[in-house]
Write a protein that binds this ligand. Structure first.
Ligand SMILES: Cc1cc2nc3c(=O)[nH]c(=O)nc-3n(C[C@H](O)[C@H](O)[C@H](O)COP(=O)(O)OP(=O)(O)OC[C@H]3O[C@@H](n4cnc5c(N)ncnc54)[C@H](O)[C@@H]3O)c2cc1C
Length: 415
């Protein structure tokens, strides 16, 4: 940080690179990927997690003591990036946002000083879901919940049965007790030999269920099975260390762009419209619909920066950008989310990927924007991190390249 300050360079930070939108031209990129240590204190049910630790590192370290973090669907995500974005966990409806469990953070701000911040500090509040982008977090102290195993899994059904399946999934979501989490994927499965035959080459509905209460989970599974034939999958008792198998997201890196909307409600017609638009889109669109509510809707204990807690659902869309014009990706994704226009509250920044356009107004409530402005003025007054993010905005087409920084809009010769 001191080197960057001395040379007046913008700074960006990355752990896994999952959330990155653009290369950084003429700046400093701090990579934390080798700082993966996790130290669990079973007595206080907390863990100290270094900046580059992945979700799987924390889950594995906590499991030995019968504890678990409020982790999300993919074991390969960085704990810091996930938590700074709020962190929507697989059991979020029961335990709240991951950032609700943040206890303290160690951070090197733009001035090069290492600080430890906790409840009462505005910077700490901003780190709880606000992605303030004012420094490099070197470690987080996170709270853990007592959790050994859950009942969870995914059921694949043919998207041709959507008219029967969708209303039941939606109703299960609306009526679900907090201990039951439910989500729905709409996935155009490639016609490849590596894919299990029952779903190969079909567009499928992937209904994912997970609960700490076995009866709840199996009752929901039975209700889904009554709607239409299940092509593949089912629920089982599984240790939290296997929770990545519920969504079973691919681990192979590839280029993609994605966006999302947080909605107050999800009328049957809107859900059917989203699924129909995804199926007819010119560009392949993977949709992920997750029920929110429950503990996710409760206020945090202390100041924080999660916006739109009142959202009842989140609807995400992701497309591969390999060999596809970005304009085609964006218009297909806009068409998929258009049926939600009447119920949208905002977007969750952690699920906006690639160069997908997004504004601060869409991802942060007004009071959070004020908090972030104060924190940025205090901890990064020269805008060292903001300047790196501005390069993303140029890439997204939201901003003109600043005067004298034509390099931001042009292909770099020395990248
Ligand atoms: C397959 C997949 C599944 C996902 N599932 C979920 C889910 O279930 N729930 C959910 O909430 N999110 C989920 N996400 C979103 C994920 O939480 C965000 O993309 C997150 O930002 C990724 O963090 P990272 O460290 O892996 O990525 P990176 O690209 O390395 O980091 C992303 C951003 O986080 C910030 N950051 C990272 N490290 C630091 C640091 N040390 N100091 C300061 N800032 C830092 C930076 O702004 C950086 O640009 C998923 C993402 C993927 C790819």
């Amino acid at each position: 940080m001191r080197y960057a300050a001395a040379h007046d360079l913008p700074v960006a930070v990355r752990a896994t690179g999952h959330g990155h939108t653009a290369g950084l031209h003429r700046g400093v990129v701090v990579t934390t990927g080798r700082m993966r240590a996790v130290r669990v204190d079973p007595a206080s049910r907390t863990a100290r997690v270094e900046a580059g630790a992945r979700s799987a590192d924390l889950v594995a370290a906590a499991a030995g003591d019968g504890l678990a973090p409020v982790s999300g669907s993919f074991p390969g995500v960085g704990v810091v990036g996930y938590t700074l974005g709020g962190g929507l966990g697989l059991l979020g409806r029961e335990f709240g946002w991951a950032s609700d469990h943040l206890r303290a953070a160690e951070i090197v701000a733009a001035d090069g000083e290492l600080r430890r911040v906790g409840p009462g500090d505005e910077l700490f509040a901003a780190l709880r879901g606000g992605q303030p982008d004012v420094g490099v977090v070197t470690a987080l102290m996170v709270g853990l919940v007592p959790l050994g195993s859950v009942v969870g899994g995914g059921l694949f059904l043919d998207a041709d049965d959507a008219a029967r399946v969708l209303p039941v999934v939606r109703r299960l979501g609306v009526d679900a007790p907090d201990a039951l989490s439910i989500s729905l994927g709409v996935v155009p499965v490639p016609d490849l030999d590596v894919v299990p035959a029952p779903i190969r080459g079909r567009t499928v509905l992937h209904v994912r269920l997970v609960s700490t209460d076995a009866d709840l989970a199996y009752a929901a599974e039975a209700a889904v099975r009554e709607t239409a034939p299940v092509l593949l999958g089912g629920l089982r008792d599984l240790p939290w260390t296997d929770s990545g198998s519920i969504f079973a997201e691919p681990e192979t890196p590839h280029a993609y762009e994605g966006t999302d909307v947080l909605v107050s409600d999800l009328p049957d017609g809107a859900l059917a419209g989203v699924v129909a638009a995804a199926r007819s889109a010119a560009v392949g669109c993977v949709v992920d619909v997750r029920r929110l509510g429950g503990a996710l809707a409760l206020p945090a204990d202390g100041a924080d920066a999660v916006s739109f807690r009142a959202a009842g659902w989140i609807v995400r869309v992701i497309s591969s950008t390999d060999g596809v014009p970005i304009s085609a990706v964006r218009s297909s994704q806009a068409a998929v989310l258009a049926p939600l226009d009447g119920v949208r509250l905002g977007r969750m920044a952690g699920f906006v990927y690639g160069g997908a356009p997004v504004s601060a107004e869409e991802v942060h409530a007004p009071e959070v924007r004020d908090l972030l402005a104060r924190v940025r003025a205090s901890y990064d007054p020269d805008g060292r991190f903001a300047r790196a993010s501005a390069q993303d905005d140029v890439e997204r087409g939201l901003e003109e390249a600043p005067a004298g920084r034509a390099d931001l809009a042009a292909e770099p010769e020395d990248a």
